[in-house]
Write a protein of this length. Structure first.
Length: 188
């Protein structure tokens, strides 16, 4: 069984200080126990989308309630369906799922606005987080240029109004936890 990454532990601790008094009760929004196993309450997806002449393309990260995760490239296919090209996958441990649920709670995923950021009319770039029925979209993402998604968000947040930058940072925390845990869990 793998241990939670140092980043995830630090994020959880920061989140606990930011939301004192939140504990096991708050985690029930994100984590359930079934047959003695801890599971995410819903599937979590992160879509990094880029609009263009070919349609919407990008990368989708998915974490199933069981902890199974996968990353795939997507793009349009004839007939209006979406083509998925799997890149990698793995399984998060119960401890990693619990730590991840703490990140979702500390960053108040449920409280993220439905839509944030400047909408681009030409070749839009956006991030879409979805957890069950909750959907939050961050518009106006600049090109990554060899940065992780989270690093790119933090760099771009400085250009936005102070209140909006806080939302960008919450997105960055959640995205970084996904990027970190899915990469850590996928290593041999």
């Amino acid at each position: 069984m793998s241990m939670p990454s140092p980043f995830l532990i630090a994020t959880v601790l920061v989140g606990m200080m930011a939301h004192p008094g939140r504990g096991a009760e708050a985690l029930k929004s994100y984590l359930v126990e079934k047959d003695g196993r801890k599971l995410l309450k819903e599937r979590l997806t992160l879509r990094e989308e880029q609009g263009g002449i070919a349609g919407i393309t990008g990368t989708v990260w998915t974490i199933e309630p069981s902890g199974e995760w996968r990353v795939a490239k997507f793009g349009p296919r004839k007939g209006g369906t979406e083509n998925l090209e799997p890149l990698r996958g793995g399984m998060l441990s119960p401890a990693q799922l619990e730590s991840f649920a703490r990140v979702l709670d500390s960053q108040d995923l449920a409280g993220l606005p439905e839509r944030t950021g400047p909408e681009s009319k030409v070749n839009p770039r956006r991030l879409v987080l979805q957890f069950g029925q909750k959907r939050a979209t961050l518009e106006g993402i600049p090109p990554k240029r060899n940065l992780s998604i989270a690093e790119n968000l933090r760099k771009a947040a400085a250009a936005h109004a102070k209140a909006d930058a806080g939302t960008w940072e919450r997105f960055a925390h959640i995205v970084q936890a996904m990027e970190t845990e899915c990469q850590e869990a996928g290593r041999p």
